[in-house]
Design a protein around this ligand. Structure first.
Ligand code: UD1
Ligand code: UDP
Length: 375
């Protein structure tokens, strides 16, 4: 128990969300905590993302109590960090919560953890302990989550390997809880529904779904990804590529200039969460540098070629259902061809496995908090 002065009082928990993946992964935690009689849940949207955040909140019928409306077009990291810290200071002072929770490794999460430290408020880190060991990959997320890890009271690690990463950094085992990843909780609440992509794809063609947004891939690496996407569409007339383009101008301007006007490449704005799950279910193959997609696609039995040099999610790679190809033209081409041409290779990667969770991570997190502060 961290404090026994909560007797007979509700525990005020602020759940912080900044970007699309944080909203998807915090939604099940928020919805679970809202049902607990001992918890008073307040939802703080930093709105580091705007439309991409709002559509997830709408999908889960979650309404922020506080919205900092931080996002600016093409925001730079230092200005974003400074705006977040100053605004969070005001909110924490006014709200004075007992606990703050946030998920992942964005600038929102790193600044929230730091602001809580300055205010002596216990911080719970959802999806703790993911590491590549390389501060430049992914950038700046590896540093963000390492800092958040140093500042957390509760480390909700999705897997044993993330627990081991934290132990190696000197975090006490008694502060680490292996819960599974809440992304699977979210996916399980929606994946069985009859979902529609909302974009008509040719039913006779195999669909490749693409997403890309990592800062370390901006420039030449992302150009190589685009060249590979175009070559695949040129080579395979029985393939159609669906690419919902991330609105970051460093991505969107290049994607549209390199890939528009191809008969077998469909570019579109980011899909809302439910249509995107529909797209993953419909996909034959996924090319992505996304963290969340690496977790979701194996559970849906879809092979992923990861457009990154390193991954902090080694479990699906070890299972053989996700492969790291990097933002590298030759590797993307050869591994995609293997999967498109060789049914055996494809079947080996299209096994449905879920190394990241069983759909009950949020209930575990709520139970751990209840035990720590209420019982
Ligand atoms: C951010 C996170 C990254 C996470 C990703 C999820 C940081 C530094 N980066 O990257 O870890 O994987 O979100 O997608 O925390 N934009 C819009 N509308 C939106 C969202 C973004 O127009 O709804 C545009 C804006 O021009 C914005 C830019 O994208 O300035 C970049 O947003 P930002 O959150 O800084 O970085 P991401 O690349 O989205
Ligand atoms: N996603 C979505 N629409 C899209 C692309 C992705 O809803 O057009 C979802 C996806 O299901 C996953 C999350 O967004 O849960 C991943 O977000 P992103 O790739 O932006 O961030 P990362 O996971 O890499 O931090």
């Amino acid at each position: 128990m961290i404090n026994n002065h909560f007797n007979n009082k509700k525990i005020k928990i602020i759940c912080v969300i900044g970007t699309r993946p944080e909203a998807i992964k915090m939604a099940p935690v928020i919805l679970t905590l809202q049902k607990k009689p001992w918890a008073e849940v307040r939802i703080l949207a930093t709105a580091q993302h705007r439309h991409m955040l709002d559509q997830v909140l709408a999908a889960f019928a979650i309404k922020p109590d506080i919205d900092l409306d931080i996002m600016r077009p093409n925001q730079a990291l230092i200005a974003l960090t400074a705006r977040l810290l100053l605004n969070l200071d005001d909110v924490l002072r006014a709200e004075n919560p007992n606990i703050v929770l946030a998920q992942g490794d964005t600038t929102t999460v790193m600044t929230v953890a730091l602001a809580c430290f300055y205010h002596h408020i216990p911080f719970g880190h959802v999806e703790a302990g993911l590491r590549t060991g390389d501060m430049q990959n992914p950038f700046p997320e590896e540093m963000n989550r390492t800092i958040a890890g140093r500042l957390s009271r509760w480390h909700f690690a999705p897997t044993q390997s993330s627990r081991l990463n934290l132990l190696r950094e000197g975090i006490l085992d008694s502060d680490i809880y292996v819960t599974g990843n809440t992304v699977i909780d979210a996916l399980m609440t929606v994946a069985k529904r009859d979902l529609s992509i909302g974009i008509e794809m040719d039913p006779s063609k195999r669909m490749i779904l693409v997403t890309a947004h990592r800062r370390e891939n901006f420039g030449e690496p992302f150009l190589q990804v685009c060249r590979a996407i175009r070559s695949l569409a040129d080579t395979y007339t029985d393939v159609e590529i669906l690419y919902p383009v991330h609105p970051n101008p460093n991505v969107a301007e290049v994607a549209y200039s390199q890939l528009a006007n191809h008969p077998r490449i469909r570019l579109c704005p980011p899909l809302d969460y439910l249509p995107f799950v529909a797209a993953m279910k419909r996909a034959y193959l996924i090319l992505s540098d996304s963290g969340g997609v690496q977790e979701e696609a194996p559970a849906l039995g879809k092979p992923v070629l990861v457009l990154r040099r390193e991954t902090e999610r080694p479990e699906a790679v070890t299972e053989g259902v996700v492969k790291l190809v990097g933002p590298d033209y030759d590797a993307i081409m050869s591994e995609s061809k293997r999967l498109l041409d060789d049914e055996k290779c494809y079947a080996a990667m299209a096994r449905g496995v879920s190394p990241y969770g069983d759909g009950r991570a949020s209930e575990r997190i709520a139970a751990i908090l209840q035990k720590a502060v209420v019982e």
